[in-house]
Design a protein around this ligand. Structure first.
Ligand SMILES: O=C(CO)COP(=O)(O)O
Length: 229
């Protein structure tokens, strides 16, 4: 699939990143070597080194061929009780280890229903990002928890509201550097909704789950993004 994807997009107009489970990072990095596809992990430990059996450090990911790591995915926040402080510590470790961090934020359905969406993603953003963030080191992904793997997608107006808010928060805190931080939308992005999502205010790309598992679907989403930039 990696080879097929690389062959379909030999010179993409956008950045392509695949983040497989840890056991596949090295194999995927090998397959992607010499292509336009970058490879990342799905998590790393907050410590640069030490005795943490079962955990993976930023340096280990780098060593396996990764250039990026996803941090603070809602499943990590839920399954492993990762707080904003933990995500921030992991982000610091990733940056210190030479990885680009893809930091995720997003509200639950109950939080959205209670009108708390901007408050929740705002405090996640503030708490999860360290000082000195730039577009070269950090990418932010907005993933409403209720849209992940469900086939449900916020309205474009709802996506724009959150992305405009996140952009304003980034600029307020990091100044001009905050303009350069890419904002990805994630949650049930498919070939048939990708173009509309990519045309939405402050959406710079997507974090794709299910549709990334089929090269043809992922390829169509890449083509939609290329048409939007
Ligand atoms: O966050 C995501 C995967 O981890 C998004 O998943 P889906 O694209 O399948 O909704």
């Amino acid at each position: 699939e990696v080879t097929a994807l690389a062959a379909a997009h030999p010179a993409p107009a956008v950045d392509l990143l695949l983040c497989p489970p840890a056991t596949l990072v090295e194999r995927m990095a090998r397959a992607a070597d010499g292509t336009a596809i970058a490879v990342g992990g799905q998590d790393c430990h907050a410590a640069a080194a030490g005795a943490h059996t079962g955990d993976i450090s930023a340096a280990m990911l780098r060593d396996a061929g990764a250039s990026h790591v996803i941090l603070g995915h809602s499943e990590r926040r839920t399954d492993h009780a990762e707080t904003d402080a933990i995500v921030r510590a992991k982000t610091e470790a990733a940056l210190a280890g030479g990885l680009i961090a893809v930091v995720c934020v997003g509200e639950t359905e109950a939080q959205r229903d209670a009108g708390q969406t901007l408050g929740v993603v705002g405090s996640q953003l503030t708490g999860s990002l360290p000082e000195g963030v730039t577009g070269a080191t950090v990418v932010v992904a907005y993933e409403p928890v209720w849209a992940i793997g469900t086939g449900r997608v916020p309205t474009l107006a709802q996506i724009a509201e959150v992305h405009d808010f996140l952009r304003a928060e980034l600029v307020a805190r990091f100044g001009e550097a905050g303009q350069g931080v890419r904002l990805l939308y994630g949650g049930s992005v498919k070939p048939d909704n990708a173009a509309d999502i990519f045309a939405t205010s402050n959406v710079d790309g997507a974090l794709v789950g299910g549709a990334s598992l089929k090269a043809a679907d992922f390829s169509a989403i890449i083509t939609a993004l290329e048409a939007a930039v």
